[in-house]
Design a protein around this ligand. Structure first.
Ligand code: HEM
Length: 144
C-alpha cells in the first residue's frame, strides 16, 4: 500500500473505532425518544385532561368512554412512533364520522396536544416530529 493510502486507511480505522456504539438519534424510534410507554401515556393523559377541560371542543366528547379513548390513543401514538403496539381502533374517517369537525376544531385539538406535550416536557424538536405524524391526518378527521 502506498504511504498516503495506508495513512488514509489508518485514519478510517481509527474513525470506526471511535464511532459510538449507541444507535444514532436518526435510527432511534420516536417512541423511545418520547420515553417509551410511560412517555406516550403522559402525553395522552395530559392531552385528554386539556381536551376534557376545553370548552371549545369538549362537547364532542360528552358521550365518549374516555378510558377506551385513552387506550386507543396510546396504541395509536405508540404504533405511529415506531413502538411495539398495534392500533386496534377504527379508521380515522370512521371514528370521526358524523361529527362534522371543522379545521378550527382540528386546530384547537392540536393546540391542546402541543400544550400537553410542553407540560410533560417533550422537547420542541420531538413535538414537531409528533405533529409531522398527526398533522397529515387532518383530511381524514375534518368534515367526516
Ligand atoms: C390527528 C388528530 C386526531 C387523532 C389522531 C384522533 C384520534 C382518535 C382515535 C384513535 C379515536 C378512537 C377511535 C375509535 O373509537 O375506534 C378517536 C375518537 C374520537 N375523536 Fe379523535 N382524533 C383526532 C382529532 C379529533 C378532533 C379534532 C376531535 C374533536 C374536536 C376528535 C374527537 C373525537 C371523539 C369525540 C372521539 C370518540 C368517538 C366516539 O366516542 O365514538 N378527534 N380519535
Amino acid at each position: 500500500m502506498k504511504p498516503f493510502a495506508s495513512l488514509l486507511f489508518a485514519v478510517a480505522l481509527t474513525a470506526c473505532a471511535a464511532a459510538p456504539q449507541k444507535p444514532s438519534v436518526e435510527n432511534d424510534t420516536l417512541y423511545r425518544r418520547l420515553g417509551g410507554v410511560a412517555g406516550v401515556e403522559a402525553v395522552v393523559d395530559a392531552s385528554l385532561r386539556r381536551i376534557h377541560g376545553d370548552l371549545r371542543i369538549n362537547i364532542f366528547f360528552e358521550n365518549t368512554d374516555l378510558a377506551d379513548l385513552r387506550r386507543l390513543l396510546i396504541e395509536q401514538i405508540c404504533a405511529a412512533t415506531g413502538g411495539p403496539c398495534t392500533y386496534s381502533g377504527r379508521s380515522m374517517e370512521e371514528a370521526h364520522s358524523g361529527m362534522n369537525l371543522t379545521d378550527r376544531d382540528f386546530d384547537i385539538f392540536v393546540e391542546d396536544l402541543v400544550a400537553a406535550m410542553t407540560e410533560v416536557k417533550v422537547s420542541p424538536a420531538l413535538q414537531q416530529e409528533v405533529l409531522g405524524l398527526f398533522g397529515p391526518m387532518r383530511p381524514q378527521v375534518v368534515g367526516q
